[in-house]
Design a binder for this molecule. Structure first.
Ligand SMILES: NC(=O)c1ccc[n+]([C@@H]2O[C@H](COP(=O)([O-])OP(=O)(O)OC[C@H]3O[C@@H](n4cnc5c(N)ncnc54)[C@H](OP(=O)(O)O)[C@@H]3O)[C@@H](O)[C@H]2O)c1
Length: 234
C-alpha cells in the first residue's frame, strides 16, 4: 500500500485491528494511545516500529502538536489520518453531569479539531490525503440516553462536513463512517441492555476502514454506514 497512515486511538477495538490490517498491507503505520503499555502491546501485535508509537491524549492540544511535528519530521505529511479515538458516556439527562458532558465534547469533538488543526496543513500543501472519522450512527440519528455522546458526534459530523467545504479545492477526501454497535471495550462501562453477541466484531469493522483506505483517488466515499443486521437504525 505504501502509504503513511496514522491511527489515533490504536489501543481501542477498532483502531488496533485497523492498524494491524494496514500493516499487513505494507502501509507505513503510526499509532497513538493514552496508555504506554496498551500502546506497546498493540504496536507489537501489528509490527509497528517503536519510533512510530506515540503516547498521546487527544484532549492535550500541545501533545497533539508534538506528535504531529514528530510524524511530519519523519514523513513530510500523512497520506491517511484515521481517528478511532472516542468515548461513550451513555446516561439519561438526569444522571448526566456537567463533567460527563465536558469530557465527551473534549475527547470526541475538540480532540478531533486538534487533529485537523495539526495534521491537515501539510496535506493541504500537498493537495492530497484521506481523513477518516467515526461519528457512528448516533452522529446521524438520536437515541435516548445519548445526549452528550450524540451532541459530540453530531458536532463531529458538522465539523468534518464544513471542513470538507473549506478544502474542496484540494484533493483531500473526507470519509465519515457511521457504525452501529461494534463489540469493543467501548461498551464495557455502559449501563445499557445490549446484545453484544449480535454486534459487529471489531475486526470486521476494521475491515471496512481498511477497505476505505484502498479506494482510488478518482472518487470519494464520503459516507459509509455499517450496522448490526438485527439493529438497523438508519
Ligand atoms: N463500538 C461501537 O459500537 C462504536 C459505534 C460507532 C462509533 N464508534 C466510534 O468508533 C471509535 C472507536 O471505538 P471503539 O469501539 O474502538 O472504542 P474503544 O475500544 O473504547 O477504543 C477507544 C479508543 O479511543 C481512545 N481514547 C479515549 N479517550 C482518549 C483520549 N482522551 N485521548 C486519546 N485517545 C483516547 C482509547 O484509548 P485508551 O486505550 O487509552 O483508552 C482507545 O484507543 C470511537 O470514536 C467511537 O465513538 C464506536
Amino acid at each position: 500500500m505504501n502509504k503513511n497512515v496514522l491511527v489515533v486511538g490504536a489501543t481501542g477495538g477498532i483502531g488496533a485491528e485497523t492498524a494491524r490490517l494496514l500493516r499487513t498491507s505494507s502501509a507505513n503505520v503510526f499509532i497513538t494511545g493514552r496508555d504506554a503499555a496498551k500502546l506497546n502491546s498493540a504496536g507489537d501485535v501489528a509490527g509497528i516500529p517503536q519510533g512510530q508509537r506515540f503516547v498521546m491524549d487527544i484532549t492535550d492540544r500541545e501533545a497533539v502538536k508534538q506528535v504531529a511535528d514528530a510524524i511530519h519530521a519523519q514523513v513530510g505529511q500523512l497520506d491517511i489520518l484515521i481517528n478511532a479515538a472516542g468515548i461513550g458516556i451513555i446516561k439519561p439527562l438526569e444522571q448526566l453531569s456537567f463533567d460527563d458532558f465536558d469530557k465527551t465534547i473534549d475527547v470526541n469533538l475538540k480532540g478531533t479539531f486538534s487533529l485537523l488543526k495539526y495534521f491537515l496543513p501539510p496535506m493541504i500543501v500537498a493537495k492530497k490525503g484521506l481523513v477518516i472519522n467515526m461519528p457512528g450512527v448516533l452522529g446521524k440519528t438520536p437515541m435516548g440516553g445519548a445526549a452528550a455522546y450524540s451532541a459530540s458526534k453530531y458536532g463531529l459530523d458538522g465539523l468534518l462536513k464544513s471542513v470538507r467545504e473549506d478544502i474542496k479545492r484540494t484533493n483531500i477526501r473526507i470519509t465519515n463512517v457511521y457504525m452501529g454497535g461494534v463489540d469493543s471495550a467501548f461498551w464495557d462501562n455502559i449501563d445499557l441492555k445490549v446484545r453484544r453477541d449480535a454486534f459487529i466484531l471489531a475486526k470486521e469493522a476494521a475491515k471496512s476502514v481498511w477497505f476505505l483506505c484502498q479506494q482510488p483517488t478518482s472518487g470519494v466515499v464520503s459516507e459509509m454506514v455499517i450496522q448490526p443486521f438485527n439493529h438497523q437504525v438508519i
